[in-house]
Design a binder for this molecule. Structure first.
Ligand SMILES: *[C@@H]1O[C@H](CO)[C@@H](O)[C@H](O)[C@H]1NC(C)=O
Length: 424
């Protein structure tokens, strides 16, 4: 491999021959990813809107089918309305009390998605700004309650996957929009410069879910970007980043084993963590599995995770066994589970799961949720740990960690088991 930044990294190492490649862990890092487990939750739908997390923000345009994501919502609202509605949302969706509750339930990490447009907006974008002032507060609250923060660049210019959660649903245009990766890297540099000195921020994620499996984004482009992003967070404000902030890299939907050998402890790149997302609801075959098959599938991930040659977290997962939640597959798109998704066929009814509350779920659904959550807690602790998606939402009960916990469906303490030994 001849990536420029790898060469730069090797050159750096060559000048400091007294420093061995091991250990990966710098003493400056404020969380020990070798010996402690990551238990975390995503703060989804906060700085990056997703229609299924906050449908109320999108319902005002129910007559306009072009409004499907933050980009088109902002364009439809116009700058001043977008600024006022989104600022109100940023200041109320998650507050200091949420950080207190998250810490009180025994979690130690929050993953915070943020889009490039909050950090390095591009001219012509309809997006509005002001998120960073609220993110500053969030990092402060995390520090107050002893939580570590994984800052996650959830959208890059052009979109890395075409999903609505990249900010702009449609095509995957990152590589064309940003051929030298400098636009995405500018956000990483700015995040590192703003937060590297804060010991609550232990991780910066280069990019969320780059879709490298459909021919629109070359995985080698993503690999080069990962080296570049590592270099960016190792130098802040022209100085060496003595905090040795972890670079988190998503598996690009290639699976965990694909990344063995890449940026591991022998590669000269310290403190790199692999992020994989495990959902069992986005194919017809997956939504037709029985509860027992869902549990078996979860348990089956443990050995794959354990075999990774670098720190590895399951950075997104859910209790959901269906894709019923309203607009989960995109605004206006149906669900595979009840056959309303184009090309799918009926497995069961989405009643109470399309919109609803945790309290309103049937007792069977509650049992199945608890059992699958327990299996995933067991399996996903096999390496570095896990981060649930997501803390709260308006009406998707299977995905609402705050309410799942209050209802006794998410274990408290985290080690409590009503279905012990499912994975053994
Ligand atoms: C979560 O709990 C709050 C407070 O009880 C409630 O208003 C809300 O509807 C619940 N949402 C879900 C999805 O369970």
């Amino acid at each position: 491999m001849h990536y420029q930044s790898l060469l730069a990294a090797s050159a750096l190492l060559a000048t400091s021959i007294a420093i061995p490649l091991e250990p990966r862990q710098s003493p400056a890092l404020s969380f020990d990813y070798d010996s402690q487990k990551v238990y975390g939750v995503n703060l989804g739908g906060w700085f990056v809107l997703e229609p299924w997390i906050t449908p109320s923000l999108f319902q005002q345009f129910s007559n306009d089918p072009s409004v499907v994501d933050e980009y088109t919502l902002s364009a439809a609202l116009g700058q001043s309305q977008a600024q006022s509605q989104l600022s109100a949302h940023w200041n109320s969706w998650i507050t200091e009390d949420d950080f207190r509750q998250i810490a009180a339930m025994g979690l130690n990490h929050v993953r915070i998605p943020i889009g490039y447009w909050a950090i390095s907006p591009q001219s012509g974008d309809p997006y509005v700004q002001g998120q960073l002032n609220v993110l500053d507060k969030a990092v402060g609250w995390a520090d107050t309650y002893g939580l570590k923060v994984m800052l996650d660049l959830h959208g890059v210019p052009g979109s890395q996957n075409g999903f609505d959660n990249s900010g702009h649903r449609g095509s995957n245009n990152w590589q064309n929009t940003d051929p030298s990766d400098s636009l995405a890297k500018a956000s990483i540099t700015a995040l590192a410069e703003r937060y590297a000195a804060n010991s609550a921020v232990t991780m910066i994620q280069a990019v969320n879910e780059p879709l490298t499996t459909n021919g629109q984004l070359d995985v080698n482009f993503v690999k080069k970007y990962y080296y570049d992003a590592w270099g960016s967070i190792r130098q802040v404000n022209g100085q060496q980043n003595t905090a040795h902030t972890v670079l988190a890299i998503h598996d690009g939907f290639q699976g965990v084993p694909f990344w063995n050998g890449f940026m591991n402890s022998g590669s000269g790149t310290d403190n790199v963590l692999l992020d994989t997302h495990i959902y069992q609801i986005f194919t017809d075959q997956q939504v037709s599995m029985t509860p027992a098959q869902h549990v078996q599938t979860a348990c089956g991930q443990a050995s794959m995770l354990a075999a990774s040659d670098k720190w590895t977290v399951v950075g997104e997962w859910t209790g959901a066994q269906t894709d019923c939640a309203l607009w989960l597959n995109g605004l206006g798109v149906g669900a595979r589970y009840d056959g309303s998704f184009s090309g799918s066929s009926y497995v069961g009814s989405c009643d109470g799961k399309r919109t609803g509350t945790v309290e309103g779920l049937s007792s069977d659904d509650k049992k199945n949720l608890r059992s699958l959550i327990e299996a995933q807690l067991d399996a996903y602790s096999a390496h570095t740990g896990w981060i649930f998606w997501t803390w709260k939402n308006e009406a998707a009960p299977e995905w609402h960690l705050q309410n799942l916990t209050a209802a006794g469906i998410f274990p408290q303490p985290l080690s409590d088991r009503q279905y012990p030994g499912q994975c053994s």
